[in-house]
Ligand binder design. Structure first.
Ligand SMILES: Nc1ncnc2c1ncn2[C@@H]1O[C@H](COP(=O)(O)OP(=O)(O)O)[C@@H](O)[C@H]1O
Ligand SMILES: [Mg+2]
Length: 280
């Protein structure tokens, strides 16, 4: 049986910059795989290739065994791939609810004539979209105002709205680009729980994340990128002890990755769970 997602020897170059330089990994159903590495390592570029936003220089990407390497974003989305962005991308002026309803349009199709004539079928479908959006907002635990403009929500809640919209597409594979960035400890703990509940739906998840406590606690496998190259791929335990990984992180000045400069303090060592559970 083929994996949900297979990435094989992916390369992406921008002029002289090798953003992704030989990345291979796969993700099964209900599996969580994290992609980590310093800023500029090529993590987001890999997501952009998987979603069809960038065309890889070489390599192969398959979804459920089907080659999607040269497919358009819309065709890849229709195959059940959904994502969130490193910098939250919502329709800021639109109500929270409408942002999530937008996700349902992938599978809840309106017919032009029904829409023009406002037929009972049109109204039923619109109601279904609204109900579905509320279900996903409940699922992500959004407590804020759903009728108000998305831009007025606190940042952590905007991130949840984005995840709800991605889930409203009913994806088989969900790509999360730094979902914990900007969240406080309590919010990170809730995110950990949310990611696990998404897996329970049977959804495969690829997680790009700098919070090592979160990564080590939630992932089945971890892929490590450094300057576009894959330097490790294994269980959290294997990766945390890998000399090449330790070297890449210790050799980095990147505050976001190394925290206050201490390898263990970043949550990468024995304190792994503390970063997520600090204020439990
Ligand atoms: N559209 C682009 N044009 C040119 N260079 C890019 C583009 N997108 C990313 N890069 C470069 O590719 C490298 C990897 O970037 P990125 O994938 O954003 O890294 P990460 O997400 O791991 O921080 C960086 O050197 C970045 O400057
Ligand atoms: Mg990135």
């Amino acid at each position: 049986m083929s994996a949900l997602l297979e990435v094989a020897d992916l390369h992406l170059a921008f002029g002289g910059v090798k953003a992704v330089d030989g990345l291979s990994f796969d993700v099964g159903e209900a599996e969580i795989v994290s992609v980590i590495g310093p800023n500029g390592a090529g993590k987001t570029s890999a997501f952009n290739c998987i979603t069809g936003f960038y065309r890889p220089t070489s390599g192969r990407i398959t979804i459920g065994g089907a080659d999607v390497t040269r497919m358009r974003t819309s065709a890849i989305a229709a195959r059940g791939v959904s994502r969130t962005f490193q910098n939250v991308r919502l329709f800021g002026d639109l109500p929270v609810l409408d942002n999530v309803r937008a996700g349902t349009h992938l599978w809840l199709r309106q017919h032009v004539f029904d829409a023009l004539l406002h037929t009972p079928r049109y109204r039923r479908t619109e109601q279904e979209a609204t109900d579905e959006a509320h279900r996903w907002l409940d699922f992500v635990g959004l407590r804020g105002d759903r009728a108000g403009a998305a831009r007025n929500l606190p940042y952590g809640e905007q991130r949840r709205v984005e995840i709800a919209r991605a889930l409203a597409r009913r994806p088989q594979l969900l790509l999360l680009d730094e979902p914990a960035a900007g969240l406080n400890h309590g919010e990170k703990r809730e995110l950990l729980d949310l990611i696990r509940r998404i897996r329970e739906l049977g959804t495969g998840i690829v997680l790009i994340e700098h919070d090592m406590g979160l990564v080590m606690e939630v992932s089945e496998r971890v892929v490590v990128l450094n300057f576009g190259k894959e330097i490790a791929d294994g269980t959290p335990e294997q990766v945390r002890q890998d000399p090449a990984v330790i070297e890449a992180y210790l050799g980095s000045d990147d505050d976001e990755v190394s925290g206050d400069g201490g390898f263990g303090d970043s949550g990468f060592g024995d304190t792994g769970e503390e970063a997520v559970r600090a204020d439990a």
